[in-house]
Design a protein around this ligand. Structure first.
Ligand code: GSH
Length: 206
C-alpha cells in the first residue's frame, strides 16, 4: 500500500495523523499541488477528480476521499479505534467529524482559496466577497464547537477522534491567512493547546 499526497499538508495530513494514532505505517508519495501535479494524466488515472489523498492498494486499486480511506484502514485494523467502538460511538464521532468538515473546514478552505494570492493556482477564479463571507461562517462554526468543547474533552466526546483531526489540520493548515481562534472561544483554545501537543500532530506538523 502507499498513499499519494504530502503527509504534512491538508487532507493527506488527516490520514497521516490517523495512521500515527493507530500505530500504522504506510509510505506517502508527495504530490506537489502548486505545480499542478494532481492535474496530470498520470494522477487523474488514480483519482479522476484530481484530489489528494489517494490510497493505492498492492493490487492496483485506488481509494480516495480522506474519511473513506480512514474507514477502510480502521476496518482492517480496528484497534486502537479512532472512528468508534460500537454503532452509537461511531455515529456520534461521525456526526461531529461531518460537522467540522462541512462547517469549519469548508468555510476556512473557501476563505483561504478565495482571498489569498498563493491559492490562485488552485482556485483560478477568486471571489474575495465569497472568501470573506466564508471567514464569517468559519467563525460561526467555531462558536458551535466552542460550546461542545465546554462540556467535552474532545470534539466528539471523551475520546480523540477524526473530528479532532479535521479541526486541528484545518486550523494549522490555514494559519498563514492570519485566522486565529477568537477570544470568545476559550474552550476551543484550551482544546487546541492540548491537541497540538499530541505526538501524531507534532510528527506531521506543516
Ligand atoms: N473530499 C476530499 C477533499 C480532498 C482535497 O480537497 N484535497 C486537496 C488538498 S488538501 C486537493 O487535492 N486540492 C487540489 C485542488 O483543489 O486542486 C477528501 O476528503 O479527501
Amino acid at each position: 500500500m502507499k498513499i499519494h499526497g504530502s503527509p504534512t499538508i491538508g487532507n493527506p495530513r488527516r490520514v497521516a495523523i490517523f495512521l500515527a494514532e493507530k500505530g500504522l505505517e504506510i509510505p506517502f508519495v508527495p504530490v506537489d499541488l502548486y505545480s499542478q501535479e494532481h492535474r496530470t494524466e498520470t494522477f487523474l488515472a488514480k483519482n479522476p477528480i484530481g484530489l489528494v489523498p489517494v490510497l493505492e492498494l498492492d493490487d492496483g486499486t485506488f481509494v480516495s476521499e480522506t474519511m473513506t480511506i480512514c474507514r477502510y484502514l480502521e476496518e482492517l485494523h480496528p484497534e486502537p479505534s479512532v472512528l468508534g467502538r460500537d454503532p452509537l460511538d461511531r455515529a456520534i464521532r461521525d456526526m461531529w467529524q461531518r460537522r467540522v468538515e462541512f462547517g469549519f473546514y469548508t468555510a476556512i478552505r473557501a476563505y483561504y482559496r478565495h482571498c489569498f494570492e498563493p491559492a490562485r493556482v488552485l482556485e483560478p477564479v477568486q471571489i474575495a466577497e465569497w472568501g470573506e463571507l466564508n471567514r464569517t461562517l468559519a467563525l460561526e462554526a467555531l462558536r458551535v464547537l466552542n460550546s461542545q468543547l465546554a462540556e467535552n474533552e474532545f470534539v466528539a466526546g471523551p475520546d480523540f477522534s477524526a473530528a479532532d483531526i479535521t479541526l486541528v489540520t484545518s486550523l494549522q493548515g490555514t494559519a498563514t491567512t492570519g485566522f486565529r481562534i477568537p477570544e470568545d472561544c476559550p474552550h476551543v483554545e484550551r482544546w487546541y493547546g492540548e491537541v497540538v501537543q499530541r505526538p501524531s500532530v507534532v510528527a506531521t506538523a506543516p
